[in-house]
Design a protein around this ligand. Sequence first.
Ligand SMILES: Cc1ncc(COP(=O)(O)O)c(C=O)c1O
Length: 491
Amino acid sequence: MTADDRQEQAPVLEALREHDQSPHVSFAPPGHRQGKGADERVLQAVGADVFSHDYLANGELDDRAGRGQVLARAEALMAKAVGAEHAFFTTCGSSLSVKSAMLAVAGRAGSLLLGRDAHKSAISGLVLGGIEPVWVHPQWDSSLHLAHPPSPDDFAAGLEQAPDVGGVMVTSPSPYGTCADLAAIAEVCHAAGKPLIVDEAWGAHLPFHDDLPTWAMDAGADLCVVSAHKMGTGLEQGSVFHVQGDLIDLDHLAACADMLSTTSPNVLVYAALDGWRRQMVQHGTRLLGEALALARLGREQIRERTGLVVLHEQLCGAQASHDLDELHLLVQVDALGISGYQAADWLRENEHLDVHLADAQRVEAQISVANTEADIELLVQSLGRLCDASASFDPPPAVELPEPGELELEQVLSPREAFFAPVQDVPVQDAADRIAAEQITPYPPGIPALLPGERIGQAVLDYLVSGRRAGMFLPDAADSDLGTIRVVAET
Ligand SMILES: Cc1ncc(COP(=O)(O)O)c(C=O)c1O
């Protein structure tokens, strides 16, 4: 059997089918017994099929000791498909995978060099692992009010300043689709003998089309984490670690992931990962090619028919991002005198159209292999109607956007020390200069503006308070209305 023939297999899907063909009587979880015990109203709402294949991974899908190697075979096919040496599936999203990767790489050394544009899950990794962050700051574009990933030189300087870190972590692509120069960053890391982790949650599809930015393993990273549900067609929470080279201790990585993982993984998540890999191997070039063509059509049509600017060339350059995943359409709406928050709310309420990201200036539409030309037409028409309607919108409350450097706060205590310290909630007007004990994260995209252990700057407070007033969503703050901020108590 050739490698291509083997990719026709889908071990998890085949195990599910076999199980269907020889039904078992179960005296083991899940207690709904493939939906037979589930409330009828639940079945009506979510469909009986959701329950019918919800099996125990070991003891039902595979035998008690996993002797069928169902999962291991699916993971090996995934690794082969993308050219990684090893792949591991996880079922709690890249949020779990990012934390596990950080613990595995930096738990022993106690420190990690990482971009300050990291996702909130990375901050949890710092707190859980007691890992000291050595921050590399993103490049701030003060005209677009957008952060670009840090450059290779920024990482080189960071490694010079902190040669004892356990490794390096970079986020690429960003939730906006902008990419770091991974190959050059990997070179910098390897010259210093450090492993590079790439949080590639937004890049699961990158290995499957040549017109997409270079993916982490091809760029020479040691470990990367992808979410198959963001830019792929997996179910929510499906995530994969890809590993290569000898700088990552695989057993230790598996042990770290095991510490954070559930003992009851959802086999439907595994099944969708397995099927998505086969779909991409067999049809990825065509499907992603079509999606890229739709994205280009959308970009062109939005510009021509609505006059709105869709960012592209503006994002890449020497002091900006290295590359862009064109499947992200970043549409500037600020020229209409409205905010991205207003635009997103209006599109949802009036056009039944959901965008992914909204910020003070723009909304972002993410094109997937499932979108059609009709969807693009609807997007263009809806944006056209938004342009017409925008004249009647109330002017948005101004967001006090920080200047370059104003988001770079002093890390006074480690995130763990601050998170577990005695805390107090102080009125926001009294919070400047105090040490934050919580993270405050505009979501999406999920990059914290404030972290435990940072000395709170007035500009960050102004940004968050004015952003909140303008429609920013801050789900993880102790007081998400920002009347108070949780800070380390003064002794
Ligand atoms: C850069 C980045 N990393 C990690 C994650 C976490 O991924 P998941 O939602 O799969 O847990 C996200 C989620 O938005 C993200 O944007």
